[in-house]
Design a protein around this ligand. Structure first.
Ligand code: HEC
Ligand code: HEC
Length: 390
């Protein structure tokens, strides 16, 4: 049937005329999307992210998730919360090369920022199996190697009882899951946390204001950087394109059957000249054991990237300028030691990381553009902060 676009006031009579056909479904669908958009706080100029049917957000779930995010009782030894590794002022990264979990074990990967994580079709630096935030959260909550929050099987009941026994929490859980059996479960915890994390949308950087028509929002240098970023010399946009500056992208209307889940090797390492990465973390290879998957990582979003240093999956690059120079060289050369090798010559490096010659001014301009992606509203929004203590 042909779709006709009509002002809202005319919609109802038309629906009555056509009866319960296709147009009614699309009206309902958009009403549902409008309400999801409102609950999650998605601004008009952004698409609605993918939300799994099994965990539709409510104000109550989000409020509970926010409190849990900052709750140290959520770690076995009550020393860490999600916020220990995900700080709002750093766009929910943590400023460490790699973080230390609650029992003192060092993790292998850099803590990721959480801005706009709802738009990623896969979660973490390099995994195909986590396709929603709910499932990924079982890692920080439950993993024992390495330990993050450390809620392993042996202490699970003890941790859940902390929440069952706290009157404030039992009330919050009952409000958030009115239809479920009473009692706190690990799934309720991950569902509430995921609902909160999905609201972490960053959409008000200088770049966004410039896009919306404010000519003054970006400096001339930043505008020049934007052009270079999107040009065939620098090639950044091929992997960091779209609203989230990552071609790893999913929204509420993406067709699940044709989702793209991209991973790239950007030439950080070439240990021994065969394209290997350090043996403790070879990216997607860790999961698939396919030798061609050595060094494959999901392109991260670049929103707020100026406050999420250090960079890359292992935090091995300190500054944005060094990142741009890494791409200009076409890969990183490590002179000596066990990781020696020239990333530029890696047989597994993406064909889009070819190296280019750039002037100092061009490098500065691209760095300045990346700084225009910092969103002060997001970094200071009260709705993402630690709620009042009980
Ligand atoms: C000890 C530090 C630490 C703690 C505690 C921690 N995280 Fe993380 N988080 C990380 C690291 C490191 C990664 C990247 C993991 C990887 O790539 O394997 C990550 C990844 C994530 C991601 C995926 C981001 C993306 O872009 O795909 C989400 C979501 C997340 N964490 C949320 C949470 C929540 C919610 C909690 C609390 C339950 C939490 N984290 C606790 C360190 C931590
Ligand atoms: C072939 C795809 C590809 C191209 C082209 C590319 N990147 Fe990346 N970028 C990635 C991947 C993948 C990572 C993560 C790699 C890792 O951690 O090992 C990354 C990481 C980064 C990071 C670190 C972000 C963080 O949170 O740690 C920055 C900054 C960055 N890229 C900027 C750029 C710029 C600027 C350009 C253009 C000069 C560019 N990228 C070109 C794929 C690409």
């Amino acid at each position: 049937m042909k779709r006709i676009f009509l002002p809202g006031a005319l919609l109802l009579p038309v629906m009555l005329l056509v009866g319960c056909g296709e147009s009614e479904t699309s009206v309902n669908r958009s009403a549902e999307q409008d309400s999801l958009r409102e609950v999650l706080g998605i601004p008009e100029h952004f698409p609605l992210p993918y939300v799994p049917e099994f965990n539709l957000p409510t104000e109550e779930k989000i409020a509970l998730g926010r409190r849990l995010f900052y709750e140290e009782r959520l770690s076995a030894n009550e020393t860490q919360s999600c916020a220990s590794c995900h700080e709002q002022a750093r766009a929910f990264a943590d400023g460490e090369t790699v973080p230390t979990g609650s029992s003192g074990e060092r993790l292998t990967r850099n803590s990721q920022g959480l801005a706009n994580v709802a738009y990623h079709p896969t979660l973490t630096w390099a995994s195909k199996i986590f396709t929603n935030i709910e499932s990924q959260l079982h890692v920080p909550l439950r993993a024992d190697n390495p330990i993050e929050l450390g809620i392993t099987d042996g202490v699970l009941d003890e941790v859940l009882d902390r929440f069952n026994d706290a009157p404030l929490y039992s009330q919050l859980f009952a409000n958030a899951f009115p239809e479920a059996e009473p009692g706190v479960t690990i799934n309720k915890i991950s569902h509430a946390l995921a609902s909160f994390v999905r609201t972490m949308v960053s959409a008000d950087s200088a770049f966004d204001r410039w896009l919306a028509g404010d000519e003054q929002a970006m400096t001339d240098q930043q505008k020049e950087g934007f052009v270079l970023f999107n040009g065939e010399k620098f090639e950044c946009f091929h992997c960091h394109g779209g609203i989230n500056f990552s071609v790893s992208y999913r929204d509420s209307n993406s067709d699940p059957g044709s989702l793209s889940v991209p991973f790239f090797n950007n030439g950080l390492y070439n240990v021994g000249g065969d394209g290997s990465y350090p043996p403790n973390d070879q990216g997607l290879f860790e999961l698939t054991q396919n030798p061609n998957h050595r060094g494959l990582f999901r392109p991260p979003t670049l929103r707020n990237v100026a406050v999420t240093q250090p960079y890359m999956h292992d935090g091995s690059i300190e500054t944005l300028r060094e990142v741009v120079l890494h791409y200009a060289r076409g890969g990183r050369r490590i002179e000596d030691g066990p990781l020696a090798g020239d990333g530029r010559l890696s047989p597994l490096k993406s064909g889009l990381v070819r190296g280019f010659s750039a002037t100092e001014e061009e490098v500065d301009a691209v760095v300045a553009f990346l700084e225009a992606l910092t969103d002060e509203t997001f970094l200071t929004a009260p709705e993402f902060s630690d709620p009042e203590p009980e």
